[in-house]
Design a protein around this ligand. Structure first.
Ligand SMILES: Cc1cc2nc3c(=O)[nH]c(=O)nc-3n(C[C@H](O)[C@H](O)[C@H](O)COP(=O)(O)OP(=O)(O)OC[C@H]3O[C@@H](n4cnc5c(N)ncnc54)[C@H](O)[C@@H]3O)c2cc1C
Length: 369
């Protein structure tokens, strides 16, 4: 089996298949595993955790449990309008649900490093297209290499080349929101400037321009002490702005973040100023339009490649991991691929709708508060 993309979804699938004794090879466009930073914390809830439990072998699953962050129970607002930052509750969503399901902060980098364990990944393999022959499918890469297998899984993220060939009418809309993110080591000064309740939550900061998001990642056990690369506890932060305020290809993202927050609350300024400069990154937030059904072939999809969504409800990675676990079961039990793909669309696009609505609600609440 050929898996295109060594992100969270593709690696979880590779682990699940390996655990089931099924051979799979992963092809990743990056030239090396640590070629670029993986971003900051990701919130995993019962959906993602169940999938990891199902797909990872015991040693890797235990390493994941040891290196998770603290429990994270809710989404809250922090008001930056007074000298001391304080929590204000996030308004009820009106449907009895919470913005995020209870879970834990997890380092994306650490989880990816753990899931690379034992997986056959070929780097510098940028898929350009695939060809389907009777009984097989061949992946073609930018460097001229090819690989042939019985099934090709596009786990190649929001800009998926696999989706663009398989479903040329499927569209990903630009929400117009840009995310400049970073990580700042936790010091006593920073911890004492933030509301204590943030230690079990994730927050949008209101009353400042630009808007910011903040959350802790307080590891149960230090990844560095277990041979992984994350140096230690951090505050993850993000500045969210309309796209005209954050052009693509900014040479020094940390400097840009410092200048965007030059007049912000002193606690927020300190967080941005004291960040690890090489860990800053920039993203556009996109959202996939629902797609109608398709007939199963030797090419299928998972994760952001089919149902990309804004991060407002912390669902994208959880859904991608669920896809990987479901596809593993489908392949292992020789169930019809059509059933996996119907579930992928239904579950995935329900999460897209909820996340898109939540993004609008967060934006409205921040403006009104
Ligand atoms: C700012 C932000 C915060 C988020 N926070 C959360 C959260 O808290 N909780 C949550 O559940 N979700 C969150 N998400 C969503 C989550 O990050 C994604 O849904 C998840 O990473 C999708 O996993 P994936 O494996 O489908 O794709 P990705 O993780 O994007 O992996 C795709 C991989 O494919 C590779 N690739 C791409 N094109 C090619 C090609 N042509 N050939 C070969 N390889 C290729 C890429 O290099 C990459 O390694 C967040 C998203 C954003 C933007």
């Amino acid at each position: 089996m050929l898996i295109i993309g060594a992100g969270l979804g593709g690696l979880c699938l590779a682990q699940g298949l390996s655990k089931a004794g099924i051979r799979a090879t992963v092809f990743e466009r990056d030239p090396a595993p640590n070629y670029r930073g993986q971003g900051h914390r990701v919130h995993l809830d019962d959906r993602g955790e169940r999938a990891l439990r199902a797909c990872l072998p015991d040693d890797l699953y235990n390493l994941h449990l040891a290196t998770r962050g603290q429990p994270s129970e809710r989404f809250m607002l922090i008001s930056a309008e007074e000298e001391r930052l304080r929590e204000i509750p996030f308004p009820d969503l009106g449907d009895g649900s919470q913005m995020i399901r209870t879970g834990r902060g997890v380092s994306r980098q650490t989880l990816r490093e753990i899931m690379l364990g034992g997986v056959d990944v070929h780097y510098d393999r940028h898929l350009t297209h695939y060809t389907e022959e009777s009984g097989s499918v061949t992946a073609h890469f930018a460097n001229g290499a090819t690989a042939t297998g019985d099934l090709l899984v596009g786990a190649d993220g929001i800009g998926s080349a696999v989706r663009q060939q398989k479903l040329p009418d499927a569209r990903v809309l630009d929400t117009g929101v840009r995310w400049l993110g970073g990580k700042t080591p936790v010091t006593e000064e920073i911890r004492s400037s933030l509301p204590e309740s943030l230690e079990t939550a994730f927050a949008a900061v209101t009353g400042m321009d630009p808007a910011m998001m903040v959350g802790y990642l307080l590891f149960d056990q230090s990844p560095a002490g277990l041979g992984l690369t994350e140096p230690g506890d951090y505050v993850m932060w993000a500045i969210t702005v309309p796209k005209d305020r954050l052009p693509d290809a900014i040479p020094d993202l940390h400097q840009k973040a410092v200048s965007l927050t030059a007049t912000a609350h002193p606690a927020m300024r300190a967080i941005v100023t004291q960040a690890w400069p090489d860990q800053c990154f920039q993203l556009s937030l996109g959202t996939a339009e629902p797609v109608a059904g398709w007939d199963p072939t030797r090419v299928t999809l998972l994760g952001d490649a089919i149902h990309a969504m804004p991060p407002a409800r912390a669902s994208g990675a959880n859904t991608a991991l669920e896809d990987a676990a479901t596809l593993t079961t489908t392949i292992q039990t020789e169930s019809p691929l059509a059933a996996y793909e119907a579930d992928l669309r239904e579950r995935g696009f329900a999460a897209v709708r909820a996340s898109t609505a939540a993004l609008e609600q967060v934006a409205k609440t921040i403006i009104q508060t």
